[in-house]
Design a binder for this molecule. Structure first.
Ligand code: NAP
Ligand code: ZN
Length: 349
């Protein structure tokens, strides 16, 4: 079925209207008319080939919300008219140890990303949510319990929400824990809201003085301007856990110094250039860890959506028409967005 989309034909090509094909729903498939799709920094890394291996045409988008318009005859959890979401994954092997544990993002046989992953469907790689429609196997579709009028602001939960929720849960953010969130962008602003809702003492680290007041509004108990060495020094040795969402290469030692003994610095930001190698002695002398974390599995993504609905958490967004995606990318690179762009798919006509 022909579907309108926005994508690019090369790393240095603009985003433009495309006509793509979606498969007819199979027995286990859910067909979704997309209402809104968030713009993640990973979309920009991919469409501009900042990470290796982009296939063109590239249609990004993995923060998808919309309505079910058809279901296969073996689908049990969804019906036509349901409000649903799709995140960064549309398939996995579904039988390895990780998949059996609901950790499809660590599938040992390789998961299928919502865009830029191999698929039998034309053109041979998956095409994402900057489009009017998508067809996804039932296991990878999420239920949305937020009120209808919040739908656009729910979209970013499908990546920015789960990418921060999963490590905050894994490292047990909660009452009595001092948690740092580095970078107040799409991921970071969700990290602040979620860590605060989990009951942790939440400290935001930002390079942007202009985000200070806002960070408190988002739920930060303290805000540190990371470019100010005095403010950084005052936080030395105080953190159980720090979540680093920064999309650019930077010095990790500055944050390792802020961890308590046995503390963990978890990286979720995925810059195109590597961070300078961190010093070994600060890790050894405090039994500290550097870790990474990838989005979240399907059960935990549903848990996150339900948690956010219960705590009335959505993203802070600016809605744009598809014609302004390139402009949004440029503003995202300047950290000039509070805090997530969301495409109104109705603008595709
Ligand atoms: P974003 O909205 O652009 O936010 C990144 C934030 O990092 C900026 O708002 C800025 O915050 C800070 N920053 C940017 N450049 C910086 C620099 N040179 N030095 C220090 N801080 C800087 O991006 P996003 O969508 O949140 O994504 C963040 C990163 O996570 C990207 O690399 C993305 O690909 C990656 N990601 C990873 C996963 C995963 O599963 N691990 C999932 C999704 C995204 P301040 O203005 O507050 O300093
Ligand atoms: Zn993302």
């Amino acid at each position: 079925m022909t579907t309108k989309a926005y994508g690019a034909h090369g790393a240095d090509k603009p985003m433009e209207p495309l006509a793509i094909q979606r498969r007819a729903p199979g027995p286990l498939d859910v067909q979704i008319d997309i209402a809104f799709c968030g713009i993640c920094h990973s979309d920009l890394h991919t469409v501009r080939s900042e990470w290796p291996g982009t296939h063109y045409p590239c249609v990004p988008g993995h923060e998808i919300v919309g309505q079910v318009t058809a279901v296969g005859n073996q689908v049990t959890r969804f019906k036509v008219g349901d409000t649903v979401g799709v995140g960064c994954l549309v398939d996995s092997c579904q039988h390895c140890e990780s998949c059996d544990e609901g950790l499809e993002q660590y599938c040992e046989n390789g998961w299928t990303g919502t865009y830029n992953s191999p698929t039998p469907d034309a053109p041979g790689h998956t095409l994402g949510g900057y489009s009017q429609r998508i067809v996804v196997t039932e296991r990878f579709v999420l239920k949305i319990g937020h009120p209808k009028e919040q739908l656009a602001a729910v979209a970013p939960l499908l990546c920015a929400g789960i990418t921060t929720y999963s490590p905050l849960r894994h490292w047990q953010a909660g009452p009595g824990k001092r948690v740092g969130i580095v970078g107040i962008g799409g991921l970071g602003h969700m990290g602040i809201k979620i860590a605060h809702a989990m009951g942790a003492h939440t400290v935001a680290f930002t390079t942007s003085e202009s985000k200070r007041a806002d960070a408190h509004r988002l739920g930060a108990d303290e805000v540190v301007i990371s470019k100010d060495p005095e403010q950084m020094k005052a936080q030395t040795g105080r953190f159980d856990f720090i979540l680093d969402t920064v999309a650019a290469s930077h010095t990790l030692d500055d944050y390792i110094a802020l961890l308590k003994r046995d503390g963990t610095l978890c990286l979720v930001g995925a810059p195109d250039h590597p961070h300078p190698s961190p010093g070994v002695f600060p890790l050894i002398f405090g039994r500290k860890s550097i870790a990474g974390s990838l989005i979240g599995g399907l059960p935990e993504t549903q848990e996150m959506l339900d948690f956010c609905a219960k705590h009335n958490i959505v993203a802070d967004i600016e809605t744009i028409p598809a014609q302004k995606i390139d402009e949004a990318y440029e503003r995202m690179l300047k950290s000039d967005i509070k805090y997530r762009f969301v495409i109104d798919v109705a603008s595709m006509g």
